[in-house]
Design a protein around this ligand. Sequence first.
Ligand code: NAD
Length: 467
Amino acid sequence: MAQLPPFEHTSIDAIPSITAGIRASFLSHKTRPLEFRIQQLRKLYWGLKDNSELIAEACKKDIGKSSFEAYLTEISWTMNDCIFMSKNVTKWAQDEKPEDIALTNKFFGPRIRKDPMGTVLVIGAYNFPVQLSVGPVIGAIAAGCTAVLKPSEQAPHTAAVLQKVFAESLDPSCYTVIQGGVPETTALLDQKWDKIFYTGSANVGTIIAKKAAETLTPVTLELGGRNPAIVTKQADPRLAARRLLWAKTLNAGQVCLSQNFTLVDKDIVQDFIRELKTALKEFYPQGVKKSPDYGRIVNQRQFQRLKKMVDDSNGKIVIGGEMDESELFIEPTVVLVDSTEDSMLKDESFGPLLPILPVTDLDEAIKIANEVHDTPLGVYPFGSKEEVAKVISQTRSGGASMNDGFFHASIPTMPFGGVGTSGTGAYRGKSSFETFTHRRSITTTPAWIEGMLDIRYPPYTLAKQNK
Ligand code: NAD
């Protein structure tokens, strides 16, 4: 096994010149030809593949991610994305003809060009330290942009491997990694960008959006939210329990899309809890702590935050509750609460905590879900066909999985993004290309048409007006 590269903060003094260099490359038009973009995507594919063991090792060190999850959700995810983009970018980059144009306007050859936005900044989060950082960059490369990636300093081993992958496989004059936390990101935000793509918390998202607004820089914000799951009386409690437990144990619950609370019809609460217990034993027969398949909390700060959330709760722990600070281990913990004011619901947990709030019926569940957060990242209703359809039509969210926990986000070609306070814009698949592309409307006015254009020139005589 090769050794993990060291994580070193980029010198703040160097940031302006590094980013100026990346901008100069864009202005040299180097990234515009499709051959160049496809070649870079292919090189990135091989960089990820050749370093896959190192990436898996780094993910394990940073967040205790099992190697199965690292391959599934990070390595092959981004490699497949490179393939998908390189296969489709030529088609997407073609000029488009506008729809429904008048016959006379056709003489002007109207078309929509797909221009790269320019030099972009991508800021990643720690929980999927490869996917959330490399994924947007893949879109930027496909669109013909140059890019600076700032991975999360909370996953330093993975950030260092990404820097190695970029340096070894991509054109260093066009794509680079800058390492650091708040000071370095602040210095980056002081530079000129044509787009900022940010993944992380809503609080920091607000800082990014305010800073970007000063220079009217467009942003894509992929934020968090308090996502509701709803389990009605007609739902199958075993199915709901297995699927929602999966959504809270993958990455030890550090998934922006995981349900933050589950509203369960009071008549089936006990059945649901019983099935959660059964599912937990089935998922981790040797016990959760001993399982190689269960991750750890990223660091002490996040561990203490989650612990406080449980300590402050007035609810009753019905499953789990074990926490081991030395290992940053938190057992999947199911807490029966009786109010939306409980600490378990007040903030996004972003960890393996499963608060259950009993409700009287579906209408109450929908009302509570909308009151807690009217624009979460995901909504997860379990019940009859009519019930889940009703939930979808009476709520808003970035995406939704009916009778599942965030399955919709596992389809890499569907647009992924929030709505309202859970985010602005979307990416993945074609949306990644579009996110970094400016649709530039172009016409060409032929010389021979001048006679027909005479009508537009003053003086606006009566004869012209009557034409
Ligand atoms: P975070 O906001 O703490 O950090 C994200 C990035 O912002 C990091 O690169 C960090 O260095 C930078 N940053 C932090 N503070 C900053 C500041 N003051 N100024 C400038 N930059 C700053 O988020 P996190 O802890 O890495 O991730 C957890 C949050 O991200 C959760 O809220 C989760 O829901 C959200 N999230 C959203 C998505 C999504 O795709 N919608 C995905 C993953 C995580």
